[in-house]
Design a protein around this ligand. Sequence first.
Ligand code: SAM
Length: 260
Amino acid sequence: LGLLVPDISNMSYGPEIYRARRRRDRNVFGLFQGRLEENLKRLEVLKTMERAAQTRVRLGDAANGGLRFLERDRVDAVLTSPPYLSDHDYSRLTRLELVFSGNVASPSDLLKLKHRLLRSSSKNVYQSDHAVELVKRFGAVRSVIKGISERAEERASGFARVYPRLVGEYFGDMYKHFQTLGRVLRPGGQAAYIIGDQSSFFALRIKTAAIIAQLAEGCGAGLRVVAKEPLKKYRGTRGAVAWSNQEWMLLFQKRGRRNR
Ligand SMILES: C[S@@+](CC[C@H](N)C(=O)[O-])C[C@H]1O[C@@H](n2cnc3c(N)ncnc32)[C@H](O)[C@@H]1O
């Protein structure tokens, strides 16, 4: 339902919510029905697949103990797109779904949910957060925090002043997550992560993927980077194709031999 909002209103994402051009009347129910039918068709296709895998959906904070249900050395492969370090508040982007699905019925439910999210937005960093302590020994993290702090000092805006803390907490949470990943991944198992580099804070270039690679390799979990592939291709006006150097697929492998 939330996906429909940019099509039926003057709201758009860029990446945060903003007011776009005014729209003429839209066929809201028709568009909604179209989305439902698309999804129902997908479910029908899944039903016909002979070797359908068993799937289970679990809710948990991937940085703070939410993956405890997974046993040590049991996971063969991970494919994920963790939160971007670009001041996205993921609870906001899905606010309608959260309410309609019954997961959020009051402001206090929302607060609880935001506490469980990885710190990626200036609107969910809390006084009790101290994950930055885990990553202060990494020079690259210190230098990003310093660069942002210097720029933030010149700004009066409240949120701008939170940016240095946000960046520290983001990397701290990712560090904790990789410690967990190292525990649950089988020796020889692989994990693919989609990571974007950023310039969201005072246009300071943050090589997020390179920093994340350092944290994963340096968190003592036996992980090493085995590939770093650029994603998105851009086609120029003259037809030349270039790879973006902003979005990457990082592939990690856990040391040791597979024993299965
Ligand atoms: C870049 S988005 C990826 C979305 C996903 N690929 C999809 O299509 O739904 C990052 C996702 O991570 C989720 N997330 C944020 N904090 C998390 C946490 N601590 N543990 C697990 N997931 C989290 C966000 O809610 C968001 O859905």
